[in-house]
Design a protein around this ligand. Structure first.
Ligand code: FES
Length: 169
């Protein structure tokens, strides 16, 4: 089987660990810089593949359990690939009461991706988030960094259709 014909999960695909070298060199003398190293690594790969965590652990002489523990503790780090567009649906109390469940169903249905998952084509990640701090606009959907307020199920479908159309261009 050639590498291009591989249908294996993204995690199982090879990552170019040489990209990490400048980052590891930059922080080589700084024992307390694990978080910046992980941030840079995620910037390079879009997420933190296990091979990258292993490489960081080995090259920094840090136990893998510590690197993995930090990478899984902070919500800013992702161990699986993320979609090009990240849709966050607020599930806080105000949004829940105002219709977040229907909004969630509409978006996951239109984008054909389950809550908490990334679409197979890596176009979309749909996440549930706690209160994003603008309850007066409930229900709230945040697409990448843009906040959409007072989104009902119909509006959510329209937003999702626009995203789908943009992704197919
Ligand atoms: S509960 Fe959704 S913004 Fe506060």
């Amino acid at each position: 089987m050639t590498q291009n014909a591989c249908n294996c999960a993204p995690e199982a695909k090879r990552v170019d660990l040489s990209l990490l070298e400048p980052v590891l060199a930059q922080y080589a003398e700084d024992d307390g810089a694990l978080i910046p190293v992980l941030q840079h690594a995620q910037g390079l790969y879009g997420y933190l593949p296990l091979d990258v965590l292993r490489e960081i652990a080995e090259k920094r002489s840090t136990p893998f359990s510590e690197v993995y523990g930090v990478a899984t503790f902070y919500t800013q780090f992702h161990l699986m690939p993320r979609g090009k567009t990240v849709v966050r649906i607020c599930q806080g109390t105000a949004c829940h009461v105002a219709g977040a469940p229907a909004v969630t169903r509409a978006i996951t249905d239109e984008l054909d991706v389950s809550l908490g998952e990334t679409s197979a084509d890596l176009n979309f990640t749909v996440e549930a988030v706690a209160c994003v701090g603008c309850c007066g606009l409930a229900p709230v959907v945040v697409i990448d960094e843009k906040v959409h307020g007072q989104v009902d199920a119909g509006g959510a479908r329209k937003l999702a259709r626009v995203l789908r159309a943009e992704a197919s261009r």
